[in-house]
Design a protein around this ligand. Structure first.
Ligand SMILES: [Zn+2]
Length: 96
């Protein structure tokens, strides 16, 4: 079954389910009894399961269920970073 959209000139759009390919070109408007013509509308494809949907879902979840911080806050103030390498050529590499 697919959802088809029909438009009556004086009323709101009418939606009705029909088997695919079996929708009539017009039907009787349920509000005024007039003739509602079938309209070509965009398909309503589901976005569930896509990476965009997961990102939106994660953003909404973080607003309602933020992760709780249990550890200590990082130290404020600047400490001198300990060098991880002693090779002088590594100093020329780009910094992140
Ligand atoms: Zn109508």
């Amino acid at each position: 079954m697919a959802l088809y959209e029909f438009a009556c000139p004086g009323c709101t759009p009418v939606e009705a389910f029909f088997p695919m390919g079996a929708a009539p070109d017009s039907l009787e408007c349920p509000e005024c009894g007039g003739r509602a013509e079938r309209r070509i509308s965009t398909p309503r494809l589901s976005i569930a399961g896509t990476s965009a949907f997961k990102l939106i879902d994660a953003a909404k979840k973080s607003a309602h269920e933020p992760q709780v911080v249990t550890g200590a806050l990082p130290q404020s103030g600047r400490k001198r970073a300990t060098p991880t390498t002693t090779n002088p050529l590594h100093r020329k590499l780009p910094r992140p």
